[in-house]
Unconditional design. Structure first.
Lengths: 121, 807
């Protein structure tokens, strides 16, 4: 099966010559969500559904920019977000075709509520 | 290694102040003094008493004064304290394993805690970490029964993994506590994920010097390390360090993975740009308070796992016993229990691996009874959850070489996915994580340990010329890339210094602003892996450009996201999928191939018989230069002169072997013996004893030929004795058995004493020199070669012959 970079460029075309010519962009060196989903299947077949879930979340996160990725991580750290803020992030993820990431954030919000890990106020 | 804002603040046992360093130094020198035969001790025992006091001896016993000065007594040892969590296994406060599910299969009770009271670790593990389809089956198995299944080679690994998937954290903690050390080793051999063992290095230096980082990264790869972890003494330098190690890691061979251990968000940022190829500084803790103090939750960490994977980056988490007790928040739980929670959480989050078993707080674990066994059990916990084990031993656990080695060896023998989560490949002082349990100074020791036991520890010997080549190439590549990208301009002179340097203290000072500016530029301009590839290509480092690009391609392919994945030097992925551990008892699992065995055996210190005998040719040159030659003069008959002492020479002395173990030409040893006999007015006769190589028989044969009945035996290696004709062969009058320590003066004394024995006197016996050193280890390889030559020259049954010295 032909593997593609996030940009759609086939793996076989990611060559030093292409890099030297300046033909490659950052997206040519990024993993494709389809590849991550396939790796998730492999993990599942080899008895690790948790790793599979992680790789499926990763597939969703390929759509997020670096800044956004860092921002969601920061928001999930203890005492950073109110419940509403986390709910808003979850909704945004849901809209960006990242449902399992959204579920993760919602689950966090529920536990943070019970354990007092939300930002006060 | 786990990143900490205060990397040294978490090491309470050994203060890093000058006093501690001084103490270490003084202990070493005491041991050294003794080793070289001195009688002095640093602290004289106070055995003398006040004048006139005839009572029993007071003061400290010399035995304890000596023991107190041993390095192990710089280590701290804690009394077990269950309330403080200073207990390795099974605190009285540890919960009994328990699990309950509701009708929908949701875990509603975990290890005694109902869902409403779940802390953040319980909550995440309960929601994601337990295979509820086997939970009741495994948790109702008696601990010992599960323990036996884990060890038993006939029970397939897959079956143990299946059962462990449903085990609660407390269950596995109880089960591994049942295992004795050798059973832990058996379990580890079977349960580790990857068949082929590997090893990770720390590559850092005091200056964050990018040229040295690159040279040391290339050095680590040359020795065989497959993951390189760097960090910073100055946080702002991180992008430069990551870049330098990335370049250095691809010099000499392809495929080593690199990471830069720093604060989580910044580490992720470097990873996103491709300046690192894996991450492991994602810390987990088994107690909620410590987790939150660490500024994370299981959900933020789980998100981080997915974030790394979304950019195709391999990632593992870090935990390790003792951290919670160190932070004063162990909740009275045992270290093993808390660690079992961390590992269950790692699996629940979907991390592919865990670094534990001797991380920052290793010495907290080491301080309590059973601590070292607990560290080994931590690694097994990871394997039982079917995750990659990056098996700790990356923090120096003791000032004692005996103790720190004893921490590492059981794992080395059993094999692990990563035998170290940071062998300090640089010298101790340059390791910015703090010293590892093994460091650059210990590389030869480690290579020898591999060779001793025939186990693959992941490293290989490196020739000096090869190391020079890769160090230079790496330093030049970084010099070129930094110039090309306008980051910094390092002089050729510095490259030359770096190639030769053992560590950063051998370098001229470096303006710290140079590195900081380069790092700022990398960060500010958003330079990434593609910029590195282009710069390498433009500056003529095409091979390295290809390899760095291959690391980028690997991230697009994603195969190294699977559990326990590494690249071999041909860029094949070795992982749970492609290289699963198939150990099922003797003759199965990972085998050291013949080629690999030869590589491990071929340490640079190894000598063949021929190498050893070349030293003898040099001795021959020295002896003949002194005009020493022995000529045979017919069969030897018993003498009648009562003053006659015979000196019996071994078969190869002066024919094939020319130098004693102490480095004396054999002719000189002989000349001294003869001079000693002459002093006593004795007549010496030289005989060649051809029929035996045994020193006792040589001496006895000489004694039986001597008119006085006293003879001397001398072997080419320098062993000598005085014998008398009425004694049994293995008895003798005086003996120098430790040939490497026998001097000219001693041979002369031996000759004189033989003369006195011949005259019927009773001389003060010469003292066989003694030593505390491992003299046999040092010389026996050579002894074997020399004895083999003696054996070749030996003519069984041939009578002794008279010899004449021609000068």
């Amino acid at each position: 099966m032909k593997r593609l970079a996030l940009s759609g460029r086939p793996l076989s075309e990611i060559t030093l010559e292409a890099a030297a010519r300046g033909d490659l962009s950052a997206a040519d060196l990024r993993i494709h969500p389809g590849t991550l989903r396939r790796q998730a299947e492999v993990a599942e077949e080899h008895g690790n559904p948790q790793l599979a879930d992680n790789l499926r979340r990763a597939a969703e996160l390929t759509a997020l920019g670096d800044e956004e990725l860092l921002a969601v991580y920061e928001a999930l750290r203890p005492g950073r977000s109110t419940r509403a803020e986390l709910q808003a992030i979850a909704a945004r993820l849901e809209e960006s075709s990242a449902p399992s990431c959204a579920a993760l954030v919602r689950e966090a919000a529920a536990v943070y509520e019970r354990r007092g890990l939300h930002k006060p106020g | 290694m786990r990143w900490s804002a205060k990397p040294f603040g978490v090491r309470p046992v050994i203060p890093a102040g000058d006093d501690a360093i001084f103490m270490t130094g003084s202990v070493v020198s005491v041991a050294h003094t003794r080793g070289t035969g001195g009688d002095e001790v640093a602290d004289k025992p106070a055995t003398t008493q006040a004048d006139g006091d005839a009572g029993p001896a007071r003061g400290r016993l010399g035995r304890f004064v000596g023991l107190d000065a041993r390095p192990v007594n710089l280590d701290g040892f804690s009394a077990e304290d269950h309330d403080a969590g200073l207990v390795a296994f099974e605190s009285v406060h540890d919960p009994k394993p328990s699990i309950e599910m509701d009708d929908e299969g949701r875990v509603v009770l975990l290890d005694g805690v109902p869902a409403g009271d779940f802390d953040i670790v319980d909550a995440y593990v309960a929601a994601h970490g337990i295979d509820t389809s086997v939970a009741l089956e495994v948790n109702s198995l008696p601990d010992l029964e599960l323990a036996r299944l884990i060890v038993d080679p006939a029970t397939p690994r897959e079956e143990v993994v299946r059962l462990a998937g449903g085990a609660t954290p407390a269950k596995l903690a109880h089960v591994v506590a049942r295992l004795r050390p050798v059973e832990l080793q058996m379990a580890i051999a079977k349960m580790r994920v990857r068949r082929t063992p590997s090893i990770q290095a720390h590559v850092t230096n005091l200056l964050d010097d990018p040229l040295l980082l690159a040279a040391d990264a290339a050095t680590a790869v040359a020795f065989g390390f497959r993951e390189l972890e760097t960090t910073v003494p100055v946080l702002g330098d991180a992008p430069s360090n990551a870049l330098a190690v990335l370049i250095g890691s691809q010099v000499g061979a392809a495929g080593a993975l690199t990471q830069c251990s720093i604060e989580e968000a910044l580490e992720l940022e470097l990873g996103l740009r491709g300046l690192t190829t894996y991450a492991e500084t994602v810390s987990l803790y088994g107690a909620e308070q410590v987790f939150v103090d660490g500024d994370d939750t299981p959900w933020s960490k789980a998100f981080l796992c997915s974030a790394y994977a979304s950019r195709g980056l391999k990632m593992r988490v870090t935990s390790g016993g003792g951290a919670e007790a160190l932070m004063g928040a162990a909740e009275g739980k045992s270290m093993c229990h808390l660690e079992s929670r961390c590992v269950a959480l790692a699996r629940a989050m979907g991390a592919q691996g865990v670094q534990n078993g001797g991380i920052d707080a290793a010495s907290v674990v080491g301080a309590v009874p059973d601590g070292m066994r607990e560290l080994l059990a931590e690694n097994l916990l990871v394997m039982l959850r079917d995750l990659e084990s990056c098996s700790g031993t990356d923090a120096l656990v003791s000032e004692s070489d005996v103790r720190r080695t004893a921490h590492t060896v059981p794992l080395l023998l059993a094999g692990s996915d990563f035998l170290f989560s940071g062998f300090g490949s640089v010298v101790r002082y340059d390791n910015m994580f703090g010293p590892s349990n093994f460091n650059g100074e210990d590389l030869d020791d480690y290579l020898v340990l591999q060779r001793d036991w025939g186990v693959d520890g992941g490293l290989r010997p490196v020739e000096e010329a090869r190391l020079r080549e890769v160090r230079e190439r790496a330093a030049r590549a970084v010099q070129a890339v930094y110039r090309e990208l306008g980051l910094a301009d390092f002089a050729d002179k510095r490259v030359a210094e770096v190639v030769l340097a053992e560590g950063s203290r051998d370098l001229s000072p470096l303006d710290p602003i140079v590195v900081l500016k380069a790092a700022d530029a990398i960060k500010g301009r958003g330079l990434g892996i593609l910029d590195v590839v282009r710069a390498l290509e433009r500056t003529g480092f095409r091979e390295e450009a290809e390899r760095v690009l291959a690391m980028a391609r690997a991230r697009v392919a994603g195969d190294y996201l699977q559990t326990a994945a590494i690249f071999d030097e041909q860029m094949n992925v070795l992982s749970k999928i492609t290289d699963p551990n198939d150990y099922q008892g003797p003759g199965t699992g990972y085998e050291v191939t013949a080629a690999r065995r030869a590589e491990m055996a071929g340490i640079r210190q190894q000598r063949s018989r021929q190498d050893l005998l070349e030293r003898q040719s040099a001795g021959a040159a020295a002896s003949t230069a002194g005009h020493f030659r022995l000529i045979e003069r017919g069969e030897a008959a018993p003498g009648v002169d009562p003053r006659e002492v015979c000196v019996g020479l071994s078969p190869a002395l002066g024919t094939k072997l020319w130098q004693t173990m102490s480095g004396l030409p054999v002719g000189e040893a002989l000349r001294q013996i003869l001079a000693g006999l002459e002093e006593e007015g004795c007549v010496a006769r030289l005989v060649r004893v051809r029929a035996t190589i045994d020193i006792g028989m040589i001496g006895l044969t000489a004694a039986r030929l001597a008119g006085s009945g006293v003879g001397i035996g001398l072997q080419a290696k320098g062993t000598a004795l005085i014998h008398r004709r009425d004694l049994p062969p293995l008895a003798c009058l005086e003996l120098y058995s430790i040939a490497p320590l026998v001097t000219k003066e001693m041979y002369r004394a031996l000759g004189a004493n033989a003369g006195r024995h011949a005259k019927g006197l009773r001389p003060v016996p010469v003292r066989n020199p003694s030593t505390e050193q491992a003299i046999e280890a040092r010389y026996h390889a050579e002894v074997v070669a020399m004895v083999a030559v003696e054996r070749d020259e030996c003519l069984p049954g041939a009578p002794p012959v008279n010899l004449k010295v021609v000068t």
